[in-house]
Design a protein around this ligand. Structure first.
Ligand SMILES: Cc1cc2nc3c(=O)[nH]c(=O)nc-3n(C[C@H](O)[C@H](O)[C@H](O)COP(=O)(O)O)c2cc1C
Length: 365
């Protein structure tokens, strides 16, 4: 029987367990996206806490397009030496580390009046009220090149892999979602057209990092957004397209941060076991139809539920954000047999104005 603590391999990576830290913006980099001691500490605590593979918070790929405060950057070569030391440190503490890279788009309230923000179409963001500039073919080529160059830096800096942020309402996911993508050219309309930019990003990244370097994507198993959204069947078409083009693994999430809170990807109040691992159904449907490794994210809270999914579906890996934000050593506790409730109560108060600190730690200080 498979367990969460099996050692596995994924291409050149060895994973000491099936647990990943899902990308989590810490709000702790400096104003240009460089590392700070408090940010490095978060990663050291995660690595010491036993998670097998850490995905960094989203890192911005174009200097002029930072969608949020105090994010990590990867937009030029000045980051390479600093991240080389960082990845070496995390490796010595026993974890793999993958960098997530992003172009944000209209889902932003960070300096949004002062910069040019791209989108598939000039559709106002329903929550953030930002209307992006509809991208020309030249703009699309610029973003593809920026992703590829950033991925090259990620590899050079010693990360074990790179993850494209194709989820939660940021630019690449907006192309997939009919609400945001009203284009009439080859990047809009059919699901093949809406996925085209993502395929082109993957192809450009592959060309840069070579055929064997681990390249992942976080994308939706469903938008949960009715006819305005991406359905699980359409997600499967995209997953198959990515598999054909050499993706190494796919982290399946769902929902936009710019839609109804009930359909957003960070769901609160996961008090009952049935509410845990909330994308398991569409993700299992997709995993059953492909060979590429699937990482399930969203509400993973107990060994019992994750090992049931592991036993009964082809999903191989599980990633966690809020629980490790509140309790970075939960993987070690699980490994030692702890089966009580995690410290995280899914209250969704992880965010702070100046830095992100779990509400339970804020009360203490
Ligand atoms: C504080 C915070 C920051 C996050 N930052 C990112 C991010 O940078 N990139 C990303 O893909 N998802 C991000 N997420 C979403 C998580 O990776 C994850 O998909 C979501 O929280 C559901 O998983 P969970 O139930 O384990 O928290 C963030 C979530 C939280 C709570």
């Amino acid at each position: 029987m498979s367990t969460l603590f099996d050692q596995t391999s994924l291409g050149p990576m060895t994973l000491k367990n099936r647990l990943w830290r899902s990308s989590t913006w810490e709000n702790k980099a400096d104003s240009k996206g460089h590392l700070t001691p408090e940010l490095v500490k978060v990663y050291e605590n995660l690595a010491k806490g036993g998670v097998g593979t850490i995905i960094t918070g989203y890192a911005f790929i174009c200097e002029e397009e930072q969608p949020n405060a105090r994010m990590m950057g990867i937009y030029d070569d000045t980051f390479i030496e600093e991240y080389k030391n960082f990845t070496k440190n995390i490796h010595e503490l026993g974890a793999n580390i993958v960098m997530q890279i992003v172009y944000g788009g209209s889902q932003t309230d960070f300096n949004s009046g002062s910069r040019k923000i791209f989108g598939p179409s000039a559709v106002e963001n329903p929550i953030f009220k930002v209307t992006p500039v509809e991208m020309t073919k030249n703009d699309i080529d610029y973003i593809i090149k920026s992703f590829a160059e950033a991925a090259g830096r990620v590899k050079e800096a010693g990360f074990d892999g790179v993850e494209l942020h194709g989820a939660h309402g940021y630019l690449l996911s907006q192309f997939l979602t009919p609400f945001f993508n009203r284009r009439k050219d080859e990047y809009g309309g059919s699901i093949e057209n809406r996925a085209r930019i993502i395929y082109e990003v993957l192809e450009a990244v592959r060309e840069k990092v070579g055929p064997d370097y681990p390249v992942f994507i976080k994308m939706h198993s469903t938008d949960e957004w009715g006819e305005n959204g991406l359905t699980p069947e359409e997600s499967l078409i995209v997953v198959k397209g990515l598999q054909e083009r050499g993706i190494s693994g796919i982290e399946l999430s769902g929902g936009h941060l710019s839609s109804d809170p009930d359909t957003a990807p960070i769901k609160p109040k996961l008090l009952k076991k049935e509410k845990e691992s909330y994308y398991r159904k569409p993700a299992a449907m997709i995993a059953s139809a492909v060979d590429v490794p699937i990482i399930l994210v969203g509400g993973n809270r107990s060994v019992e539920v994750m090992e049931d999914i592991l036993e009964n579906t082809p999903i191989k890996y599980f990633s966690l954000s809020r629980t490790l934000h509140a309790e970075p050593d939960l993987p070690n506790k699980w490994k030692q047999g702890f089966r009580g409730k995690p410290r995280c109560i899914s209250c969704n108060k992880c965010w702070g104005r100046d830095t992100n600190i779990c509400v339970l730690d804020r009360k203490k200080s």
